[in-house]
Each structure stands twice: as structure tokens, then as C-alpha cells.
Design a protein around this ligand. Structure first.
Ligand SMILES: NC(=O)c1ccc[n+]([C@@H]2O[C@H](COP(=O)([O-])OP(=O)(O)OC[C@H]3O[C@@H](n4cnc5c(N)ncnc54)[C@H](OP(=O)(O)O)[C@@H]3O)[C@@H](O)[C@H]2O)c1
Length: 243
């Protein structure tokens, strides 16, 4: 079985490559800097559609057809919407949201023809928890969650498994982006990347639509709905009774 992992140079991606190799997969590992682990290692910036298409064509021609894809590459820009840079945000949208779409568009049609394959997207708790300091990041992940859920519904007709993995805080280099400027946000209860890698493997095997890490985070979407209702109610009350 051949798997392709994006964002494989560190963190969750690296742990996933290691786990998949232990489980007997041949792994194509990709990231902007050359990954240290993987049977085949390539430099790939997922925000660049031409680079994605050309690398996947190369893998197909020179290595073989991809059985499992893990769309993991991603990063966050920290700060209020007033202080963050639009250039960084554009690059983040291309990396976190369009990157998985570019990769999936290059691989999914062949999976459909073969009536087999797995696509796992590494989303985030941020898809359902609106953080004012990771605002556009949360939006990229909400978009990725929507894409993943839609594709899950379509792909099951063709025997292709699609899964979204939703981690809370994980002990990785995520806060190393310059915008964090020492405001690292890796709380004590953050999980190890290996735990997320296990969830990714579960996603590849089962095609479960949403997998939360840790599992109690599955309540997040309900809390978000409740919070939005409460916010609307509060604004209505303020409008009604303010002079
Ligand atoms: N850590 C958390 O708390 C957390 C929580 C929920 C979800 N996530 C998600 O988990 C995924 C992995 O993040 P991580 O926590 O493992 O962070 P990380 O340690 O910073 O790893 C991010 C990986 O993505 C790669 N990457 C970034 N931009 C890229 C691009 N344009 N093209 C290709 N590769 C790119 C990086 O490698 P190069 O720099 O070499 O390209 C690196 O391998 C991300 O999608 C993130 O949003 C993380």
C-alpha cells in the first residue's frame, strides 16, 4: 500500500509517516523542507497547484498509484484581524484550504476509477471553536471541515474512504510561526503528535467522517452552536433594553 503525507517534515506529519511505515505502508513524505523520514521524500509546497500536480504525476509514473492520502500540511497566523498581514493570510488559505483540494483533485478521480482509496484531512478543533486570535486560521479549517464532510458523502458511493481528523492542542512546532512572537499556545493538556497519527491511521482504515483527538472534543460543534445562540440572544437583549 502506498501512502502520501503532506507536511511530513515535523509534528503530526512526521509522526504519521513513522506510524504508517511501521504498519507496512510505503510512504511518500512531502513538505517544503525535505522530510527526514519516508520511503520516498520530496519537497512540495501544497499552496502551489502546479507543484502539486507535477509531483503527483511523478509519483504515479515512477512509484505507483496512491492508496492513501493524508492532507496534513498547515500553519496558523496568530493575532487579531487588525494586526495580521493579508499576505500571510492569503498564503495560509492556499496552504490549509486550497492545498488539500489541489492534492485531492489530483488523486481522487483515480481512486474512484479503482473503487478504493482513503483520504484523511487533518482539520482542527478550530473549525468549530472561533478563536479571535486565530480568526482566518479557524476559517480555513471550517472550510476544510465542510469540504471533508461533503466529499465523505460523495466518495462513499465509489468505495473511497474520507475522514476528517480534529485535534485540539498538540505538542508540535505549530506556534513557531513568527506571528506568535513568544505567545506560544501549547497548554499542558496538549497531546503528543503520535496520538493524532493513530487517529489518522484509524481514518485511513475506517473512513469515519469525524475523529476528534481527544475524543471528548466531539462536543465542540454543539458548544459552538450554543455559544452562537447565546451571543445572538445577548445582542437582541442589549438592543431591546439599551437607551
Ligand atoms: N499543533 C496543534 O495544536 C494542531 C491542532 C489542530 C490541528 N493542527 C493541524 O495539524 C497540521 C500539522 O501541524 P503540526 O501541529 O504538526 O505543526 P508543525 O509541527 O508546524 O508541522 C507543520 C508541517 O506542515 C508543513 N507545511 C507548512 N506549510 C506548508 C506548505 N505550504 N506546503 C507544504 N508543507 C507545509 C511544515 O513543513 P515545512 O515547513 O518543511 O514545509 C510541517 O511539516 C496542520 O494542518 C495544523 O493546522 C495542529
Amino acid at each position: 500500500m502506498l501512502a502520501l503525507v503532506t507536511g511530513a517534515s515535523k509534528g503530526i506529519g512526521k509522526a504519521t509517516v513513522q506510524l504508517l511505515m511501521r504498519e507496512g505502508y510505503k510512504v511518500v513524505a512531502t513538505s517544503r523542507t525535505e522530510p527526514e523520514v519516508g520511503d520516498y521524500r520530496f519537497r512540495l509546497d501544497v499552496s502551489n497547484r502546479a507543484e502539486v500536480e507535477s509531483l503527483i504525476a511523478k509519483v504515479r509514473n515512477e512509484i505507483g498509484e496512491i492508496d492513501a492520502v493524508v492532507n496534513n500540511a498547515g500553519f496558523g497566523v496568530y493575532g487579531s484581524f487588525l494586526e495580521t498581514s493579508l499576505e500571510e493570510e492569503e498564503y495560509m488559505v492556499k496552504t490549509n484550504f486550497l492545498g488539500p483540494i489541489y492534492v485531492t483533485k489530483s488523486i481522487y478521480p483515480v481512486m474512484v476509477k479503482r473503487r478504493s482509496g482513503s483520504i484523511v484531512n487533518v482539520v482542527s478543533e478550530a473549525a468549530y471553536v472561533n478563536s479571535p486570535v486565530l480568526l482566518v486560521y479557524s476559517a480555513t479549517k471550517a472550510g476544510l471541515a465542510s469540504f471533508t464532510n461533503g466529499l465523505w458523502a460523495e466518495a462513499r458511493k465509489y468505495g473511497v474512504k474520507v475522514s476528517g481528523v480534529y485535534p485540539g492542542p498538540v505538542k508540535t512546532n505549530f506556534s513557531s510561526h513568527p506571528s506568535f512572537k513568544g505567545r506560544e499556545i501549547t497548554p499542558k493538556y496538549a497531546v503528543e503528535p503520535e496520538k493524532v497519527a493513530k487517529a489518522i491511521l484509524k481514518g485511513i482504515r475506517t473512513g469515519k467522517r469525524e475523529i476528534y483527538v481527544p475524543s471528548k472534543l466531539k462536543l465542540d460543534p454543539y458548544f459552538l452552536k450554543l455559544a452562537n445562540v447565546m451571543q445572538e440572544l445577548t445582542y437582541r437583549l442589549v438592543d431591546k433594553f439599551s437607551v
